[in-house]
Write a protein of this length. Structure first.
Length: 417
């Protein structure tokens, strides 16, 4: 009888991360533009007012990041994520009851707390200690969960059209609990606690893989503390590059559906289908990012992705609708997919995994302005000019400048040096 090989426990951690990312994408991040259209139409609020709610979530996450990182390093990701799932579900249920902007922002504060505790920082902190040789691949698979959730946006949009946004928000809270709590149960601390080695017993790097990891595995001085990391140029340049990318990402998440439905005259369900198509292209990019990120320098991939982000947003703003949407899907989707998994992997390569939660949490204060300002700037300029063209153009220029930050984000020296 053939004995089946046991699956490395780290891949179960990745599977849990995929589930959490899928739920967040389907129920909040990728679908927020649908709520922008529904809330502005039902309650008469401006696009900037509703988009400010999304920015509030990003602001809260950034301010919480340093504290969250320390808590993750001390208590582990499973407890933190489980609490986050409960807050996330409760916040969506509360959202279904709001009738004022103050109530809307209060509900989003609860949602945002849950989204932070059960989100990217916590999931990445759980995954990073389990992988070295295949770190970019593991991060890419985790990010594919977000793409899978994005494919469900037409379903959520259809529910909003058929049943209304309030019942949809309430049902979404229940779905978050049903998906998120089992996913949180798969989270684990570092492999040494389970008698395992990184990468499932892999103890060295073949020559073919050494070029993908930007620092040597054998250098003990690469295991930076937070205090040591913030003294390096690499910490700040990675944060600025990440922030410039999130200027585009946050604007697209919030305003793509309003631009397609209001500016280009598409129906809400048709616009949601474009979001699903973007998610599919992003998934292809994530697969490429994992494949390439374990073989070539991650920093160069990030630089190229920034130019693609900018070109995609300019295409959406200025080219004829059909051509512009197609070019945007290809350029922005691939850039988002390739670059996204590299952000956490590069920090782990540069600074090690022992204090990764604290370092990643502190990094949130650096890239938070990108998450915060992208959606708000696009909304304000759309309200002022009547469409999104000039807002998208400004953000595209800032994204292109972000490539310079990644150019300067060279690997830090050893602490001994």
């Amino acid at each position: 009888m053939v004995r089946l090989r046991t699956v490395y426990l780290g891949w179960w951690v990745v599977a849990g991360g995929m589930g959490l990312q899928a739920a967040q994408a389907a129920l909040l991040s990728n679908v927020f533009g649908v709520y922008v259209v529904a809330l502005t139409g039902d309650l008469g609020w401006s696009r900037a007012a509703v988009a400010s709610g999304f920015a509030l979530i990003q602001l809260q996450g950034g301010l919480l990041g340093p504290f969250q990182g320390v808590v993750l390093d001390r208590f582990g990701p499973r407890r933190v994520i489980a609490f986050g799932v409960v807050f996330f579900g409760a916040g969506l249920a509360l959202l279904s009851t709001v009738s004022s902007l103050a109530g809307f922002y209060a509900a989003l504060l609860v949602v945002g707390l849950g989204a932070s505790l059960a989100g990217y920082l916590s999931v990445t902190t759980a995954i990073v200690p389990w992988f070295l040789r295949r770190r970019a691949t593991a991060m890419a698979w985790m990010a594919l969960g977000s793409s899978a959730g994005g494919l469900l946006v037409p379903l959520v949009a259809g529910a909003v059209v058929a049943f209304g946004w309030r019942p949809t928000a309430l049902a979404s809270g229940l779905v978050m609990l049903l998906v998120g709590l089992p996913s949180a149960a798969l989270m684990r601390r570092e492999p040494a606690r389970y008698g395992l080695a990184i990468d499932g017993g892999y103890r060295g790097l073949p020559d073919a893989a050494r070029g993908a990891i930007d620092v040597p595995e054998s250098d003990p001085d690469r295991d930076y503390t937070l205090r040591a990391a913030v003294r390096t140029r690499s910490f700040w340049m990675l944060g600025l590059g990440h922030a410039s990318a999130l200027l585009v990402v946050s604007a697209v998440v919030v305003h793509l559906v309003p631009h397609l439905s209001g500016g280009l005259g598409m129906s809400l369900t048709a616009a949601a289908s474009v979001v699903a198509a973007l998610t599919f292209v992003t998934a292809v990019g994530q697969a490429l990012g994992g494949l390439l990120g374990d073989r070539v320098a991650k920093r160069r991939l990030a630089m190229g992705a920034m130019f693609a982000h900018a070109a995609g947003l300019l295409s959406l703003a200025w080219l004829p609708a059909g051509v512009g949407i197609g070019a945007f899907l290809l350029l922005h989707g691939l850039a988002w997919g390739v670059r996204g998994p590299l952000m956490g992997a590069m920090r782990a390569d540069y600074f090690g995994s022992t204090h990764f939660g604290a370092i990643m949490g502190a990094s949130a204060l650096v890239f938070m302005p990108g998450q915060l300002l992208g959606a708000v700037v696009a909304g304000l300029m759309a309200d002022a000019f009547g469409d999104y063209r000039w807002g998208f153009t400004l953000l595209a220029g800032l994204a292109a400048l972000g490539s310079l930050a990644f150019r300067l984000a060279t690997p830090p020296p050893s602490r001994a040096a």
